[in-house]
Every structure is written in C-alpha cells, then in structure tokens.
Design a protein around this ligand. Sequence first.
Ligand code: ATP
Length: 237
Amino acid sequence: MTLLELEGLKVRYGRIEAIHDMSITVEKGEVVSLIGANGAGKTTTMRTISGLLTPSAGTIRFDGEDITKLAAHKRVSLGISQAPEGRGVFPGMTVAENLDMGTFGRKDRSGIAADLERVFTLFPRLKERRTQVGGTMSGGEQQMLAIGRSLMSSPRLLLLDEPSMGLAPQFIRQIFTIIAEIAKQGTTILLVEQNANQALARSDRAYVLETGTITKTGPGRELMADPAIKEAYLGVA
Ligand code: ATP
C-alpha cells in the first residue's frame, strides 16, 4: 500500500525551478531515503511534502488522498510530521516542554502518555534531561529532541531532514539505529541525507536527487554497490 506519492512535482523559488517533475512513492512501513549533494533540492522536497512550500505543478497524495493544496497543520493532523534540518528545538524551553509542543492539537491523553513513554524508551537521554533547556543540550541531543518532538504527534509518516548533520560519528550510528527502531515499530520514514552511507545501509529503497531531478532509484543496498554512487556520495573512488 502506498502511503505517500509525489507525481510530476515542480517547485519554484520565483523564476528558479528547484524541483523538476519529481515522482516518488513511499510504501507503508518502508524507510526510503532521498540522497543528494548540497543544493540538490532535498529540503525543498521535504518542505513541499509538509506543506510549507506550494508546488507549481504536480500532485501529492497521502494514503490515497490528494493533499496538494492542504494547509500544513492539517497535514500534521493526517499524520505527516517533519523533524527539520538544523534541529529546530525551542532553545529556551525544557526537554519536556519541547516534547509537549509536538502534541499540539491532540486531545487523546492516554495516547500522548504512551507516545511520551515511547520517546523516553527510544531516547533514554531525553528522560534523564527532561528539565534541561533545549538550547544547552549537545548537537546530538538536540537532534534526538527534534525527532522525539516529531514522534509526539504520533505520525504515520516521519520526515527526517538530514538527521546526521553536524554529528560526531558515534552519534550518527546511534541516530540511525534509533531510526531503524522507529521504523520497526511501524512508522513509515522518508529521510533526506547528504551523508549517504548510513542512509543507504538503513533504507529499503532510495532515490538519488541531482539538481532537482531524480536520476536513480533502487534498494538502498543495491545503490550502495553502484560505482557511480560510490564515487559521488560514498567517498570511494
Ligand atoms: P542542502 O543539503 O544544502 O540543504 P538541499 O538539497 O536541501 O541542500 P535545497 O535547500 O532544497 O537543497 O535547495 C535547492 C535549490 O533551491 C538550491 O539551488 C537553492 O539555492 C535553491 N533555494 C533554496 N531555498 C531557496 C529560497 N528560499 N529562495 C531561492 N532559492 C532557494
């Protein structure tokens, strides 16, 4: 079953078209990654899916429903949640308050309590630090907090924008292990990454984005073995 479908998507910034005719699908339960260099259009794609940017052409379907013109907050209610690039935690708020912001619009108290438990189990560090203000946490901890906050909306589709950005290698491995665990628990994930190694290793399928166009797609492990991808994205000649 297809959960997310982008068809013939075009996104423009004024006269510049950043995304050209993009078509991708994400099936229920999959981890799909979109890899590409700086400026390829990864963040633009994510912001279009979450409704922060409006495409100039094409269709976005979520669970069979056309959401191309739906407001961003309504997409959150449908189950689409984005953990933004650069973490975007509220620096003056505590960990607990940041997590609470992720429940905006929800009224199911027992569901919220269960999701908080889920987040604290995935990220024990957040439980230990729940009274600490977000802005004083390390980069890796803030990344965990941003993902945790996204999970507090109980998403069916989690959009992760460069979860490994700026993190030390041991944190990168840890974040990807947790992403795999979130997927195993049944949340579908679309992630964008410049750091392709871990992303491809952990993805069911991946798409390669080059200057706004999808140039390759296939199972993550297959793309990892592709010589052109090795050279361009995996730092192996
Ligand atoms: P990065 O990894 O550097 O974030 P990216 O793959 O996420 O790169 P985007 O940020 O989506 O790339 O940018 C895609 C293209 O659109 C780039 O050429 C960029 O310069 C351009 N672009 C992005 N944001 C804007 C904007 N607000 N106004 C004009 N052009 C923009």
